[in-house]
Design a protein around this ligand. Sequence first.
Ligand code: PMP
Length: 396
Amino acid sequence: MGNSKKERFLKHQGQTSPFPFLLEVDHAKGSYIYTKDGKRYLDMIAGVAVNNIGHNHPKVVKAIHEQVDKHMHVMVYGEFVQDTPLDFAEKLTAVLPETLNTVYTVNSGTEANEAALKLAKRITGRKEIISCYGAYHGSTHGSLSVSSNEIKKKPFEPLLPGISFIHHNNLEELNQITEKTAALIIEPIQGDAGVRCASTEYMKALRKRCNDTGTQLIFDEIQCGMGRSGRLFAFEHFGVSPDILTLGKALGGGMPIGAFVSTKEKMDLLSHDPILGHITTFGGHPVICAAAAANLEVMSSIDFEEVERIGAFIELQIKRHTLVKEVRRVGLMFAVDMENDAIVGKVVENCLNAGLISFWFLSHPNSFRLSPPLTITNKEAIEATEIIITAMNDAM
Ligand code: PMP
């Protein structure tokens, strides 16, 4: 066994697939990642919808430095009053509807969903949960149970009981939501299914059905939230808000955080009968919350008209190509469909060789994904489309 960094990575770090990208990262700034061999990559994935304000935003970096010099972890979540978690919670609730006024910070997207499912059971006293075909909600047992990819679930059974699935956008199936349903969990825009958007009619009917049956409506905006869809939150497109909102990925400006948000009355249920109904050691970590609060401040200056303009430009350039079957896009969240997964593989590889990072979907092998930073400039968008078009030409 040799001693290169790649070999050491493969030997000592747990792997997620037989085909890791294996870029050796040196540093990252704005829309670019720089590798140890001196190359520069235009990041059209943003860490899979994480670096929405670009890499290493100076305001986020400054907030982290300031907090790290004061203190890091001092106590488990929920016991001590600390400046940055409070600042973050106030800033987040200020941009959400009045019914989403209390935030509980956790460590990842999947943990936010786990907690949201528990909260819905605690609120309703019910046991059944409904999710949607095509959904991805995370990789831990509960979140995996409400995700729909059977191949990914099978080896890890038994998963949670009492879970069933309905089809996104199917109005008839809404009657499967009943007085026995604790929660309906849905990504308003499905990410890993290949950017599938719910219709406004569906979302309004779903909201009504949940109201009529007393079911908690959970929106998983871990991927489609935080500006990715061209609005700060995807639910703004539909004029419908959830009972419980889950967030993650881009929430921390590049630092790891998840959150679930609901009303004060509902959230308080996790603090009694039993007390400590949901606990976490590191949730609400002061350094992470400093980054998340700074991220929210930066997000407030994002020009969403410009995000839409750049999104439309990239879409127009790409969809003209003969290899492209369909482009599904909302804001700067793209799925580009091709004939088959082999062509997708070639395009992704050609892009990488030409200095651009694109990526696959978990459950949609015929498409590649793009989710660039929302701060991508005109010049970078032109550079991106030129590289992608050349990559597609070379894949023919
Ligand atoms: N929900 C959605 C919609 C996601 O896209 C993801 C991550 N891809 C998750 C949940 C899980 O988040 P995490 O990887 O932080 O656990």
